[in-house]
Structures are given as structure tokens and as C-alpha cells.
Ligand binder design. Structure first.
Ligand SMILES: C[S@@+](CC[C@H](N)C(=O)[O-])C[C@H]1O[C@@H](n2cnc3c(N)ncnc32)[C@H](O)[C@@H]1O
Length: 373
């Protein structure tokens, strides 16, 4: 294919993501394009990366396509809701190959479309109202990453509950936000699994909580409610809890979720942490890994990974079996670690974490909360 033919293909199809890599010539090492909503208008964010800098521009689709500089790259990835194409340079232009994507994978053996819990085309009206699906139940391009996240989250929950004959469940969601996930979890337990579910979503933002309650009422989700709370200090649910979930609950809000789950002996925890600043701000050089604390970027990532390792260790010390798993592909969220935990009652102690904290002089909220008398 020629560059013009590729451009034509791009214009005729709806892109969820385009990535140009493996540079031949030019200033940029990588160029990518993805849909973004800017003041309720669908635009496409062109990201151009040199060796040292990244430039962003939000443009209408055609303008963005025209700025792609296709001819400067050997490899082009074009992701659509159901298919992904890879164009790679060959002798007489580019070769186009189709690559199955994770969302709707075609099985080579059976030539059948793999079903996921929430599929494009499913009639789940709340998903339209939340802006995940269009009126025709197609995925809204700019919500594709969120669609992937909530779908994957509930699939991971489903792995645990597939064979369960549970009749009733109580779940708390910390930092529920607009609650795409909370609504899908409710839909999963009540409509798919036919389990009576009581679900509470906590968020500090009043307007967001009010809107979620309005939607829960409108769609008859009787067991679902949202409460305005600061999870770091407000009194929360006092009954028996089966599961605590959190998806990108900001910074230490994740620690409050984990602490609450531990203290209330929630059997299941599914937690995808968000940004983490605490260790990065307090850690000092002091041992064998000082090299990881020299450069700001590495220090930040090391601190974030340390935070999740410490959380996992604390959960284990409190009787949980913990799997630290990749939640979604990095391209759908850079915050893609999930702590998948189940209360199993083996005990451990926190000595190793205490020693580490002393050696490197950092503090960690979950440790403080768990050890607080
Ligand atoms: C990045 S958003 C994630 C929202 C949602 N879970 C999702 O994945 O779409 C984080 C949410 O945590 C909420 N949050 C942060 N700190 C909180 C606190 N201390 N108490 C309650 N909510 C909090 C914010 O208001 C925000 O809605």
C-alpha cells in the first residue's frame, strides 16, 4: 500500500488509536493519535515524541490524520473497536495485516467472536446514560479506555464468583467517582448472576454522588446507593462487608479502602491504586538501592512500585492471599496494577516492612493505619 492509500483507509475508518513507531527519518521517534473529549466535543489528540520532549495537539480527525507523517515510520498500528491493523514497511510500500485485539478476539479454532461480560451491542441502558455506549450501543470512542477498564475489572471479579452459589453480597467502592465501574458491578451481580447485592459507592464530590444516585433511582438499581464521604475521616458502613473495591482512588484513598477492608474482615478486595506521592516525598537514600533514588523519574516510579509492594505485604500480614496482577494493558491505563486479595487467615508479621521504612526513612499510610492503636 502507498502512504496515500493508508491515509484513505484512516479517513474511511473510525480510529480508537493510531501509533506510528520505528522511525525512518524526521524529528519524532513516535507519533500517536487518540480520541479525547474537550468540552464535550470529540477531538483527536496528536502526541509527537522526540527523544526528550512530548508535544500534544487536539485536532479534528482529518486535520490530525494529515499531520501524521506516515512516510517517516516503518510500523503503524491502527486500532478500531473490533479490529486492529498493523501496517509494516515492505519492498513495495506497506503491508497491511489484521491483528485480533483483546476486546473482541476471533478464535482461530472456532471462528467465533469471544464474548466478554460487557460487549459492544449489549443493551444495558445505564451504559448509554453514563456515556460509555452510544444510542446504538456502540462504544463511544473517547470512552474506550474506561470501557476496557471496567470490563476487565468485572471479568476479574467474575473469575472469583463464576462457580459461586452466593445468594447475597455487600460491596463498598471507595472513590467511586462517576461510577462506571460501580454500575457495572451492580449489573453483573444483580442482572447476570442474580445475586442480591447491596453496593455503596463513596466519593467526596457531592455533585457526582447526586448524579449517581439519580441514575440508580432512574434505572431501578434498588440495592445501589452513593454517599458523599471523605473516606479518610468519615464514618462508613457498619454492617458486614463481603468485598471492597477501588479503581484509581486518589493517592492514600486506596490505603483507607484497604485499611477499612482489613479492619472489617472483608473477604474480597479488588483494588487498582492510582497516583502515589507519599513514599516519593519522604524516602531518603540509605541502602543498597540508592541508585534508584538518584533520578527524579525513576525515584517516582520506584516509590510507586514500593507503595504497592508494601500494601501487598501488609495485606498478606493481615491474613489475605494477594495476587499483584496486570489489570489492563498499559495503553488503556498507566495505573495498571491490581491487588487481588482474598482473606485466608494465614498470619505474618510486619517486621520486614518496619525495617525497610526505618532504613529508608519513609512513611506509608496503610502501615500507619494498620499499626495505629
Ligand atoms: C481518579 S477518580 C476515579 C473514579 C472512578 N473510580 C473511576 O475509576 O472512574 C478518583 C476519585 O476518588 C475520589 N476521592 C479522592 N479522595 C477521596 C476521599 N478522601 N474520599 C472519597 N473520595 C475520594 C475523587 O473525588 C475521585 O472521584
Amino acid at each position: 500500500m502507498t502512504v496515500d492509500e493508508i491515509k484513505k483507509f484512516f479517513i474511511e475508518n473510525e480510529a480508537l488509536k493510531i501509533v506510528l513507531s520505528d522511525k525512518i527519518v524526521g524529528d519524532y521517534n513516535k507519533i500517536s493519535l487518540r480520541p479525547v473529549l474537550v468540552q464535550n466535543k470529540l477531538l483527536f489528540q496528536l502526541e509527537r515524541a522526540t527523544k526528550t520532549q512530548v508535544f500534544h495537539e487536539n485536532l479534528p480527525y482529518l486535520d490530525a490524520i494529515n499531520k501524521l507523517e506516515i512516510e517517516n515510520f516503518k510500523q503503524i498500528l491502527f486500532e478500531m473497536p473490533k479490529k486492529t491493523y498493523v501496517f509494516s514497511i515492505a519492498k513495495n510500500g506497506y503491508r497491511k495485516k489484521i491483528k485480533a485485539n483483546n476486546l473482541t478476539m476471533v478464535s482461530a479454532e472456532h471462528n467465533k467472536t469471544k464474548k466478554y461480560l460487557l460487549n459492544e451491542g449489549d443493551d444495558v441502558p445505564i451504559m448509554q446514560e453514563l456515556g460509555i455506549f452510544t444510542k446504538e450501543n456502540k462504544i463511544v470512542a473517547s470512552m474506550y479506555d474506561k470501557f476496557k477498564q471496567i470490563n476487565r475489572f468485572v471479568e476479574i471479579i467474575d473469575d472469583e464468583f463464576k462457580a459461586s452459589n452466593l445468594k447475597e453480597i455487600t460491596i463498598l467502592n471507595f472513590g467511586a467517582g462517576k461510577s462506571y465501574l460501580t454500575f457495572l458491578i451492580y449489573h453483573y451481580f444483580v442482572n447476570i448472576k442474580k445475586i442480591k447485592a447491596t453496593i455503596i459507592g463513596y466519593d467526596i464530590k457531592k455533585d457526582v454522588v447526586e448524579n449517581c444516585n439519580r441514575l440508580a433511582q432512574k434505572y431501578g438499581y434498588v440495592g445501589l446507593k452513593f454517599i458523599v464521604s471523605d473516606v479518610s475521616k468519615d464514618k462508613l458502613f457498619e454492617g458486614k462487608i463481603d468485598m471492597v473495591v477501588s479503581l484509581h482512588a486518589c493517592d492514600t484513598a486506596t490505603d483507607y479502602a484497604l485499611n477499612f477492608a482489613i479492619k472489617n474482615k472483608a473477604k474480597y478486595i479488588f483494588s487498582v491504586p492510582c497516583c502515589q506521592h507519599e513514599i516519593n516525598l519522604s524516602i531518603k537514600k540509605g541502602g543498597d538501592y540508592d541508585i534508584l533514588l538518584t533520578d527524579g523519574l525513576i525515584k517516582e516510579r520506584f516509590s510507586a512500585l514500593s507503595t504497592d509492594s508494601i500494601r501487598a505485604e501488609i495485606l498478606r500480614a493481615c491474613g489475605y492471599s494477594v495476587d499483584v496482577i496486570e489489570f489492563v494493558d498499559f495503553s488503556h491505563s498507566p495505573k495498571n496494577i491490581m491487588l487481588r486479595c482474598k482473606l485466608t487467615k494465614q498470619q505474618k508479621n510486619l517486621e520486614n516492612i518496619k525495617n525497610l521504612m526505618k532504613k529508608y526513612n519513609f512513611s506509608q499510610k496503610l502501615y500507619d493505619l494498620i499499626t495505629k492503636k
